[in-house]
Design a protein around this ligand. Sequence first.
Ligand code: WTA
Length: 656
Amino acid sequence: MTDQTLSNLLKEDRRFEPPADLAANANLQEEAYERARTDRDAFWAEQADRLSWETRWDQVLDWSNPPFAKWFVGGRLNAAYNCVDRHVEEGRGDKVAFHFVGEPVDDERTITYAELKDLVCQAANALVDLGVQTGDRVAIYMPMIPEAIVAMLACARLGAPHTVVFGGFSSDALATRLVDCGAKVVVTADGGYRRGAPSALKPAVDEARAKAKDDGFEVEKVLVVRRTGQEVEAWDDDVDVWWHDSVEQASTEHTPEAFDAEHPLYVMYTSGTTGKPKGILHTTGGYLTGASYTHWAVFDLKDDDVYWCTADIGWVTGHSYIVYGPLANGATQVLYEGTPDSPERGRWWQIIAEKKVTLFYTAPTAIRSFMKQGREIPDRHDMGSLRILGSVGEPINPEAYVWYRHVIGGDRTPVVDTWWQTETGAIMISPLPGVTHGKPGSAMIPIPGVAADVVTDEGESVPDGSGGYLVLTEPWPSMLRTIWGDDERFKDTYWSKYAKQGWYFAGDGAKKDDDGDLWVLGRVDDVMNVSGHRLSTTEIESSLVSHPKVAEAAVVGAKDEDTGQAVCAFVILREEAGDGGADIVEELRNHVRKQIGPIAKPRQIMVVAELPKTRSGKIMRRLLKDVAENREVGDVTTLADSSVMDLISKGMDSGK
Ligand code: WTA
C-alpha cells in the first residue's frame, strides 16, 4: 500500500461504541486483557477448561524447544466428543446444530446435536471398516453439505487427521495434496449444487487418484456421498464405496478414544511463497481451546444465538468457525451450500431473515459485491435479528465496513474485523464487540491472551503512526505446530526473520495508528489475496511455465475493486510458439484454471517480449505490479535493461 493510501486511511475518524446491553452482558469484559497479560498461562488454562478433558494436563505450555510448542502437556481429550457427545450428555441433544440450506430452494434439513452424534458415530464406524486407523490421513473433497462436517468429525473421533481440499480446486491440486499427506481414504460426493446446476466432483477424484498413482502413491478407498444424483461414470468396485451403502448402514454406537493434546487433528494446505503448498498442521487440545474461546469471546456467543459463517469448509475459516469453534460451544448454525446469488441476489438476506440469524461472519469481497448491487436488495428483508457482524480474510476498507454495519446491521450491530491466518488457527486481532469501540478499517488490538506488535526489519517496535511487519510475540494454543513433513520450512518461513527475539513472522504488513490500534495492510511476501483466498505467485508462475508455449512467466497481485487483489500475469512465449495464436491468452488462462482451480485463473495475461530483472536476475515484481495497476512505473535504476518497461507497457497497450 502506498503512503498516500495510508494517510487517507488514518484520517478515518468514525467511531462506533458497543451497544449498551451488549456491553453490560458481554462474555468478556475489559479486565480480561489485563488478567491475560498478568498470567498468560493461567488465562489459557481457564480457556482450556471450556473443554471436557479425559485427563487433565500437567503443564500449560512447554516452550523449551522453540518454535516447536506443546500445549496442555499430558492432557488427553477427543475433539469429536467435545463437539458433539458432551452436549448430548449434558441434556442439549435436542438443540439444533445445523439448519442446513441446500442451494436448490426448499432443500433443507435440520440436524440436532443428538442426530449429529449418531451420524458421526456411523461415519466413524464406516471409516474403520474401510481400514482407517488412528494416525492415518483422510482427504475430504466435498460440497458444503452436512456430510462434509460429519466426515471431519468422524476423522477427529478416530484420531485420523483430515485434510479438507476445497471443492473448487482442480484434480491436479487435489493430487498434490493427496500425495503430500499420504491420504489413505478420500471422502467425496458425486457433485454439489453451484449456481443452480449440479457440478461434478467424483471425476476429479478419479483423475487425482490416477495422478497420485503415477507418482507412486495409492489411495486405498474413496467414500462417495450421493448429493446431486448425477451420473457417476467411472466406478471402481475395489476402491469406490457409496456413503449410503456403508455409513448409513453402520451402527450409531461408537466409543470415542481420548488422544494426547498434541495428537494431530488436521492438515490444511495453504499457499506459501514457493510453488509447493504448505500443509499446516494443527493439533488437538490447543487448537480446540483457541477455536472455542475465540468464537465465544469475539462473537459473544449466547445459548440462543443463531450463527452463520459463510466460509467454505475447504478453508481454515470453515474449520475453526463452522466446525470446531461453534460445535465445541454447542452453537446453533446455518449451513448453506451454494453461492450468494442463487437463485436470486437476495438469497443470503432471505436466509438471515428466515432463520433469524443473530451472528453473521463473512468476507469483505462479498460485502463489496453486495454494495455494488445496491441496498434495495438487502432492504427487502427484515434482518432485525442480527446483533454482531464479522469480517475476515482480507483488509476491510472503511466504506465497506460502514455499509455492512449500516445496511446489513441496521446501524445497531458492531462489526468485528478479525485478523488471523491458517497458521494461527484462530482469531488473533479483533475488537471485542462488548468492550472495544469500532473503527472502520482497523482490526484494533490483539484479543486477551494474544500478544502482537508491529516492528521494523530489525525488530524495533514502531511508534504509533508508523508501519512495519506484523509479529506475534508470545506463543498461543492454536498455533501451527509445523508444516507437514517439513520442519525446516516451518522454522524458515515463520521463525527465522525474528529468530533472535523468538517472534512469529506473519508475512503481513501493518500500521499502528495514533491511538495504537492496528491496521493490517496485506501480504509483504509473494502471496496474493484474491477474494480472501490465498494464492501463491510462484505456484501460478510454475503452472504457466508448464504450458508448452510459455518460456517464462511472472505473476503479481494487482489491486482490484471487487476481489481485493487480482491475478495478473506477464508471459514470454517460446520462440517456436510464434505469437501463440489468436486465443493464446484464453488458452493460458484456462490452463491455470485446470491446473490449480478457477480462483487462480488470471484476470489478465500480458504477452511480453521481456521481463524486468535486477542485475542478479530476480524478476522485479514490484514494477510489474505498477504496470498491472496502471501506475506510473517506479524506480527502474536497478533494472538490468530499463527499456524493458517500455516494451511491457507497449504490450499492455495492445491489449495483450
Ligand atoms: C489476510 C484466513 C486484513 C492476511 C483466516 C493474512 C486479513 C491472510 C484479515 C491469511 C483481516 C485475514 N484484515 N487481512 N481481518 N484476515 N487477512 O490463511 O493477509 O486464508 O495473512 O486465513 O489473509 O489468510 P488465510
